[in-house]
Design a protein around this ligand. Structure first.
Ligand code: ADP
Ligand code: MG
Length: 235
């Protein structure tokens, strides 16, 4: 936990800068991509391969820029009580397409009832998109990702994402969440870093357990919305 704290501390300093730069890069990038696309369509056949490479490299820059942008805190984080199960259902529906393509089954195990978490909905969605995506990507083909939601003492909820994927070698565990740490050919190495930051902003924690060849378990613990009563300040 200490390790995570140190990392996100550093992040607060460089994160805002990175997000600011990302924001400035985005507009010129968009116009650049548009003109490359145009040249590809009007240009000679012989250059087609080059244009394809340019477009895919521009898309890659765009992905990195988008992930850096999520580091920028919106002017005001909009913390509202949301049902965590509902939020997860929306995220899972989004990711089912990618899962199906890899023959990965997304299974849900949700405690019944409404579990309210005071959160910035979009930021929290981003966390679970990142975690479930990582789970899917760890499975080359055929496997399952289980998303479980359980109420845990004293007044928390645990979201556990379990995959039957490749697992993470023990030696690499300390690198998780470091900026740009990735083992993927097309990875950005920003997903976990952003996720740690957001969960910390929500007063929660992330813990990762993994076994090579068996799979990975990611536990996100978040405080549940305190039931109203007693502490409301009426004037
Ligand atoms: P990216 O997905 O772009 O590589 P992340 O920050 O999301 O960046 O993840 C960093 C690295 O952590 C991944 O490249 C991978 O090596 C490892 N990792 C994260 N989640 C999992 C998982 N569920 N199974 C196996 N490896 C994982
Ligand atoms: Mg990722």
């Amino acid at each position: 936990a200490e390790e995570l704290f140190r990392k996100s501390d550093k992040l607060n300093v460089i994160g805002q800068l990175a997000a600011g730069v990302a924001h400035e890069i985005r507009n010129p990038l968009t116009s650049l991509r548009g003109f490359v696309q145009l040249l590809k369509e009007t240009g000679s056949e012989g250059n087609n391969e080059y244009f394809k490479i340019m477009l895919s490299e521009l898309d890659r820059i765009n992905l990195i820029v988008s992930e850096l942008l999520t580091l920028a805190k919106p002017q005001a984080l909009n913390f509202l009580p949301k049902d965590i199960s509902k939020l997860l259902h929306i995220v899972i529906r989004l990711l089912n397409v990618q899962a199906n393509m890899q023959n990965v089954q997304i299974v849900t195990e949700f405690d019944p009832g409404v579990l309210l978490v005071k959160c910035d909905e979009n930021q929290l969605k981003q966390v679970f998109i990142n975690l479930i995506k990582n789970a899917i990507e760890s499975i080359p083909h055929d496997g399952s990702v289980t998303v479980a939601v359980h109420r845990v003492a004293p007044q928390n909820v645990m979201v556990r994402v379990t995959d039957t994927g490749c697992g993470i070698p023990e030696g690499l565990i300390p690198n998780l969440g470091d900026p740009f740490f990735t083992t993927k050919e097309k990875g950005t190495g920003l997903g976990l870093m952003v996720s740690y930051r957001i969960i910390e902003d929500h007063g929660g924690t992330i813990k990762i357990h993994s076994e090579v060849g068996k799979g990975t378990v990611v536990d996100v613990i978040l405080p549940l919305e305190q039931p109203e009563g007693g502490k409301s300040t009426k004037i």
